[in-house]
Design a protein around this ligand. Structure first.
Ligand SMILES: Nc1ncnc2c1ncn2[C@@H]1O[C@H](COP(=O)(O)OP(=O)(O)OP(=O)(O)O)[C@@H](O)[C@H]1O
Length: 256
């Protein structure tokens, strides 16, 4: 069996706490007789301003890692820290507040509300958090994803790539410490996927955004600063700035 790998990913400016850190995290499902170790002793620190891709065979624990790191799922053991704050034992109300203010999430299927316009979708996290919704801020965020002109459109009037950019704007409107993305390009054609990846790159380079992204696509993974590989709930490999071909080759070895 491959030994678990403890790893620190990305650059760490000024030695401050990592944007997100998992310490010896495990997540089990099922019963004693039928136990699935979705995560099995994962230790990893995602540095502020870094973009990490998470890869691995189907069922290796990628989504579980993202959900545990984002406080969407509770861990069975270990600790989760968000900019140094231990959120492992936070109660549901605290986790909800956290997800509304410090964490952004983007899904493969966009998850926009069909009856709301782009700007209403983007404003939603602020409304849910009981905050004032400054129209200028909403327009700015939509402009930053290149969709100011489309702000009055509903999701069905937008292409898949445009919908995903609205979803990214919605995740960014609260200025989260970390953006988690689960297969953000999985439902997009290659041109739209490239556009979304360029946008994520700009967010990292210009605004110092931290991004943790699950993907099956070696080309998408190669857009990140580094790639970590999971297998059977453990980190088994990582690579700094690999090419798509290198990513595909490492993944094929894990799937063999
Ligand atoms: N709610 C659940 N109940 C039981 N088992 C679960 C649950 N969620 C995940 N699992 C199991 O945990 C393991 C890891 O699942 P996870 O979805 O994290 O993998 P993944 O790497 O994201 O897979 P994929 O690439 O297919 O989306 C799998 O064996 C899965 O069947």
């Amino acid at each position: 069996m491959t030994a678990p790998l403890s790893t620190e990913l990305g650059r760490r400016a000024g030695g401050g706490p990592a944007a997100v850190e998992l310490r010896d995290v495990s997540r089990h499902y099922g019963t004693k007789h039928d136990l699935v170790r979705a995560l099995d002793g994962v230790s990893v620190a995602f540095a502020e301003g870094s973009w990490t891709a998470v890869m691995g065979p189907s069922g290796s624990g990628k989504s579980t890692l993202l959900h545990c790191a984002a406080g969407l799922e509770r861990v069975s053991g270990g600790q989760v820290l968000l900019t140094g704050d231990d959120i492992t034992a936070a109660d549901d109300a605290a986790l909800t507040r956290l997800r509304r203010s410090r964490i952004g999430f983007v899904f493969q299927s966009f998850n926009l509300i069909g009856s709301l316009t782009a700007e209403q979708n983007v404003a939603l996290p602020l409304k849910l958090a009981g905050q004032r919704v400054p129209a200028r801020q909403v327009r700015q965020v939509l402009a930053s994803v290149g969709l100011d002109e489309r702000r009055r459109h509903r999701p069905r009037e937008l292409s898949g790539g445009q919908q995903q950019r609205v979803a990214i704007a919605r995740a960014m409107v609260t200025r989260p410490s970390v953006l988690f993305a689960d297969e953000p390009t999985g439902a997009l054609d290659s041109a739209s996927a490239r556009q979304v990846l360029r946008l994520l790159r700009e967010m990292v380079d210009r605004a110092g955004q931290t991004i943790v992204m699950v993907t099956h696509d070696p080309a998408a993974a190669a857009s990140a600063d580094s790639v970590m590989f999971l297998s059977d709930g453990r980190i088994v490999d990582h690579a700094a700035a690999p090419t798509a071909a290198e990513v595909a080759e490492r993944l094929a070895r894990l799937e063999a």
